[in-house]
Ligand binder design. Sequence first.
Ligand code: HEM
Length: 251
Amino acid sequence: MLFSLPSLSQTQVKIADTAKNPRGMALEFKLPNGGLQHMAMLNTPIFSAAQPETFLASIQAIQPDPATGKPEPEKIKAFKASHPDSLAQATFLANNNPPSSYVNSAYWGIHTFKFINKADKTTLVRWYFVPQAGEKSLSNDEMKIAPANFLEQSLIEQVKLAPARWDMIVTIGIAGDVEDNPTVAWAAEREQVKVGTLTITGASPQKGADCEKINYDPLVMSDGFAASNDPILHFRSPAYAISFGKRMSEQ
Ligand code: HEM
């Protein structure tokens, strides 16, 4: 499932595909032994909160003034000043226009995970998916004229012409690398290994599609994967369960 997600500048449920906020890609791998592996990623290398409290405060800060229905810039400014962990992703989004297409975007798993081999050896990892079609952003002019919601339809059209492919890159951490803070990137010189290729050969509108009935809880992991102590990673699981329940019961 590919997604446009809200950010500090947006409060409406339907987010314009031209808005400078994150896009996402959620994957569910079905393994031959019946196991499942989820990867729900964003097109930013880092997240906007080191702690769930920051995320909650960001949602509160973007609520419009109930009297005027308008955003309150002072509240947003105060939030940013009191939550420096929100700044790295905000800076990335400010400096990188949104992708021109889902197939021209990279997606990062962001959190640190652990790979555990048969001998019980643990390796710290992070992963991201790099589009074989290359990364392309909307220009400032394109952002002004692009339709509000063009990403889904253009994905459907693009994969009719040719499959969309991403290389999956695993970054290998070393002792001392940040494990529990998704707002901090690892050093660029860490070893990177291409472990596979993701290919999308067909796409359909999200409404009514099978993926709507999936809860992309990132703690659904197969054998050999384990979570780090990242508090955001652990917070996502119950948050997604509640959201999924509400989505399914159309609340
Ligand atoms: C405090 C942190 C976070 C909260 C509270 C949160 C909350 C949510 C909720 C409630 C949903 C909708 C789930 C559903 O209805 O099935 C969602 C979707 C999503 N989130 Fe998060 N999220 C957080 C962090 C993250 C991070 C760090 C990433 C990426 C690494 C991420 C990627 C996604 C993606 C890709 C989706 C769409 C999944 C789908 O297609 O169903 N989120 N998030």
